[in-house]
Design a protein around this ligand. Structure first.
Ligand SMILES: Nc1ncnc2c1ncn2[C@@H]1O[C@H](COP(=O)(O)OP(=O)(O)OP(=O)(O)O)[C@@H](O)[C@H]1O
Ligand SMILES: [Mg+2]
Length: 289
């Protein structure tokens, strides 16, 4: 049974429809990807799920309860935690102090008073930032700061983790370790919903993927299905394998699509880089278009 259900959600900002009758579900014990080109409505969906944004219409259900009108903190108490696309840690506190504050907040919410140094160190160790424990959060590399965000989320022992672009700033080996950590967290029964532009990570770790384009869910399925889905290829590349002659159009119609010969889109966090939706089979199995 689904832990989270987004049901026919619409979000309008004046004349802009950021989310357009989107419905999708997130299962416990699984990593679910929410992907789509820039401006597709991914972060707005996260805001609706976590209570920061009231939907124009539609419902959100969590653990079988309609939570559409619950406040952010009540949702958090029910077991939801979220990282932000922009880093949110307290810059003037150390990494350890940041995790301590998060633990105190969650324990306070749950009426618990005890916190031990071991809990903090175990969390820092688990996400891989123990080496930065005594450094100020605003002085550590971006990759470590992303991992600190995850540690702060885990302080609340959430059932559902919502991660908005968690791998930006991580190098390749950090991203691999991060993917393994996510899988370990789902083996504990947690559900993860992840917005992510790194397609290698998405295709490598997600059990299921939902694709948004202009606010609509245009595809849902396993990574192998999503990769070869013509509507998804069109959304990212402007054309699909099904198109006759399958060549990149001379001019891209969307500013966020990088006009690269091999087909790909610009990663806004990695200047100059492009990402091709990769083969699920792993490196060396990349599709050529
Ligand atoms: N507060 C707001 N007011 C007006 N328009 C907004 C607001 N927030 C988002 N939008 C618009 O809604 C659409 C969806 O934005 P959103 O940030 O959800 O996309 P996204 O998929 O997260 O994009 P990205 O990959 O760039 O992070 C965009 O057209 C955006 O400009
Ligand atoms: Mg976003």
């Amino acid at each position: 049974m689904a832990l989270l259900e987004v049901d026919d959600v619409v979000v309008q900002f004046g004349g802009v429809t950021a989310v357009d009758h989107a419905s999708f579900a997130v299962e416990p014990g699984r990593i679910t990807g929410l992907i789509g080109p820039n401006g597709a409505g991914k972060t707005t969906c996260f805001n609706v799920i976590t209570g920061l944004q009231k939907p124009t219409r539609g419902h959100v259900r969590f653990a079988d309860k309609d939570i559409t009108s619950l406040s952010v903190h009540r949702r958090s108490r029910r077991g939801m935690a979220r990282t932000f696309q922009r880093l949110e840690a307290f810059g003037s506190l150390t990494v350890r102090e940041n995790v301590k504050v998060a633990l105190d907040i969650h324990r306070g919410l749950k009426g618990l008073v005890q916190r031990s140094a071991t809990d903090i160190d175990a969390l820092l160790e688990r996400v891989g930032v123990a080496a930065y424990a005594d450094e100020r959060a605003d002085a550590i590399p971006t990759g470590a700061a992303r991992l600190l965000e995850l540690a702060r989320c885990l302080a609340g022992d959430p059932q559902l983790l919502l991660l908005d672009e968690p791998s930006s700033g991580l190098d390749e080996s950090e991203t691999d370790a991060f993917g393994e950590l996510l899988q370990e967290l789902t083996r504990e029964g947690r559900a993860i919903l992840m917005v992510e532009h790194d397609m290698d990570l998405v295709m490598g770790v997600c059990d299921e993927i939902h694709v948004l384009d202009f606010g609509k869910v245009i595809a849902s399925g396993r990574p192998a299905e999503i990769r070869t889905n013509p509507a998804v290829q069109k959304a990212y590349l402007g054309y699909s394998d099904d198109d006759a002659g399958a060549e990149a159009p001379a001019e891209q119609t969307r500013t966020d699509l990088a006009p690269v010969g091999a087909g790909g889109y610009a990663d806004p966090y990695d200047e100059g880089a492009t990402t091709v939706i990769p083969a699920v089979g792993g490196p060396g199995d990349q599709e050529t278009r």
